[in-house]
Design a binder for this molecule. Structure first.
Ligand SMILES: Nc1ncnc2c1ncn2[C@@H]1O[C@H](COP(=O)(O)OP(=O)(O)OP(=O)(O)O)[C@@H](O)[C@H]1O
Length: 300
């Protein structure tokens, strides 16, 4: 049975997450403000930053003291710029998330501007999907702040849902509906069904019930749904799952077009994705063996 209180590790083991950018376009693309008791390890060393400005080291330290909930992010000054052009569209600060009794995300921070892309990597169970769900507003972090253009997303979750296009591991299609009917459920005003179908090479399959699609065809349909959402923030959990090489090229084109329009995207992946000028956040895997009890009581 899960204990009633969050079990905070007292281990002082330090885990490092390396963050890199393939070019210098991002100004400190990602960072981690460690707010635990050990202040010595904050972002990268001076040497790291001086020797390579596009590369910083962020440090994740297991905490020795209980995590306190941060001040609401909305206290920051809201951006007055137009949507998709203001700096730091998406900003996460010191996010911590427990799954069961395990601290899966410990002090993750990131900052993405219009046109930026981030690859989220790490071993199975590292917390990539968990982080995406938090960024999508589907799960509240146990502590930390998350803001869009300086405004906490938790001030207005409905507004955040409007700006997010999220796909998880499941394609979540209604099997009895055709491809087009499935897509209509998510199309926002102004979105072009024909363009979305064409972008994912779905025109020949448009009238086929989803239950007859192959795994890769279902994934392409789920990606077309992302296009139709007309959302500035794409959160893609292993978007290339099941795709053949032609479809991966289409995915690359779609992601590039989204960024060219000023959109932001974060994708988890275990394989290389066609994504130029992206930064990467490599989450460390778990090192602590757990009993089954540590998983209980957390089904979100
Ligand atoms: N419903 C749940 N209840 C408790 N723990 C969970 C639950 N779902 C996931 N976890 C745990 O949370 C941790 C992070 O899972 P998550 O799915 O975020 O990892 P991931 O990095 O996306 O993994 P993968 O590469 O396999 O997709 C794992 O250790 C997992 O055991």
């Amino acid at each position: 049975m899960r204990s009633g209180h969050r079990c905070v590790p007292y281990c002082s083991a330090r885990r490092c997450v390396r963050v890199r950018s393939s070019d210098n376009r991002l100004d400190i693309p990602l960072g981690l403000e460690h707010t635990g008791t050990d202040k010595r390890h904050k972002r990268g060393s001076d040497h790291d930053r001086a020797s390579n400005p596009a590369f910083c080291v962020i440090t994740v330290t297991k905490r020795r003291s209980p995590i306190s909930v941060s001040q609401p992010y909305s206290s920051a000054a809201p951006s007055s710029g137009p949507a998709l052009t203001a700096a730091s569209l998406l900003e996460a600060n010191d996010l911590c998330v427990f799954r069961g009794d395990r601290l899966v995300l410990d002090g993750v921070s990131l900052r993405l501007n219009a046109g930026d892309a981030m690859l989220l990597t790490g071993p199975n169970g590292a917390g990539k999907s968990t982080l995406l769900r938090v960024l999508a507003g589907l799960r509240k972090p146990d502590s930390g702040a998350l803001a869009w253009q300086g405004q906490s997303i938790f001030d207005d979750r409905a507004a955040h849902a409007e700006r997010v296009a999220y796909i998880g591991h499941q394609d979540a299609l209604k099997p009895g509906l055709t491809v087009t009917e499935n897509l209509h459920l998510f199309a926002r005003p102004g979105a072009s069904m024909a363009e979305a179908l064409e972008a994912m090479d779905l025109l020949p399959l448009a009238d086929l019930p989803a239950r007859l699609l192959s795994a890769g065809q279902k994934r392409r349909t789920a990606l077309a749904r992302v296009l139709l959402a007309q959302a500035p923030l794409w959160l893609l959990d292993e978007p290339s799952l099941g795709l053949d090489s032609a479809a991966i090229t289409l995915l690359g084109n779609a992601m590039a077009a989204h960024r060219a329009r000023g959109g932001v995207l974060i994708a988890t992946t275990h394989v290389p994705l066609p994504l130029d000028n992206s930064c990467a956040l490599d989450l460390p895997g778990a090192t602590d063996p757990r009993s089954f009890a540590a998983y209980e009581g957390d089904e979100a």
